[in-house]
Design a protein around this ligand. Sequence first.
Ligand SMILES: Cc1cc2nc3c(=O)[nH]c(=O)nc-3n(C[C@H](O)[C@H](O)[C@H](O)COP(=O)(O)O)c2cc1C
Ligand SMILES: CC(C)CC(=O)C(=O)O
Length: 347
Amino acid sequence: MERWTLREFEAAARERLDPAHYDYFAGGAGDEITVRANEAAFARLGLLPRVLRGAAKLQTGVTLLGSRAAMPVLVAPTAFHRLADPEGERATARAAAAAETIMIVSMASTVAVGDVAAAAPGAELWFQLYLQPDESFTETVVRRAEAAGCRALVVTADSPVHGRRERDLRNGFLDLPEHLCCENMRDGDRVRPIVMSPELSWRHLDRLREMTSLPIVVKGVAHPEDARIALDHGISAIMVSNHGGRQLDTVPAAVDLLPDIVAAVGGAVPVLLDGGVRRGTDVLKALALGAAAVAVGRPVIWGLAAGGERGVASVLALLRAEVEQALTLCGCACLADLDAGMVRRPC
Ligand SMILES: Cc1cc2nc3c(=O)[nH]c(=O)nc-3n(C[C@H](O)[C@H](O)[C@H](O)COP(=O)(O)O)c2cc1C
Ligand SMILES: CC(C)CC(=O)C(=O)O
């Protein structure tokens, strides 16, 4: 069946997935106020198109930290892809490579990052990291990501503890089924749990900076002051994110956080955003407000569950086609033609 919108992919995924797994992917923390806000905030913003600008030749490519993407839509790091498809992250990476975009491999992937890279030659991979209180194990994981050819590390900073995911509590979904595990966490003949620790601080990030020459992106920045502090710690990019509403509930929508963070960063490093991006027009709004690119989390999972590698490829192709069409309708030839004056905030 042909699917015309991301919503149709979600409906197909929901039909195929174990209901507890669907809830894990779809759900968020607490009352899921932030989950809903992320999408609703995009819907509330309007786009003001420009006309008759002779913008014939479209250009949607971006270069981020030395990695090239054919469109400003990246694959956000999401855990447990083998719950959605037996090929899991291998399938996602192949589809990202075919779409010529960057996949941020989760530390909680169910295929080891080296195997993901091997399955998708030519894929541009970044690696998402939860800094571990045991820094020698953090280093082990960093070396795995480097050896796999990942071109940046994305440190998730919004998770000093796990969010309160009430769907998971109700469903008793607390761990992966026995045949799956977080493959990057192997340590000899055991698999370590991913530790979330409130003790982590910028000092840990400084030590990561000394550990690797890869560019470091801080993911999960919501407060402009933290964006400023990140710059003092030699960060290469900032990712505005509320973790898709899965950590602290009632954090404002990601796109509503964006302008203040862009202002705080003042162009020093690229600002990325994820949370609630479901349409090409959402991508344009984020870029017009100063994001260098966006990332999508759940839409990729819906594609994977609905149709494996082909499903993810279709989701990414759909987003690219929507970006191109919306850009043309906005009278823009390239992403740099977008500016904040083209976004109408609600009165
Ligand atoms: C099922 C699921 C698993 C996730 N796993 C991770 C993860 O392992 N690491 C991480 O930094 N963020 C994780 N995230 C958050 C995403 O990277 C991203 O911030 C969020 O999904 C963006 O919102 P969206 O789903 O509305 O696009 C996860 C999100 C979902 C939905
Ligand atoms: C394994 C989890 C920590 C992955 C995650 O970040 C999430 O489910 O949002």
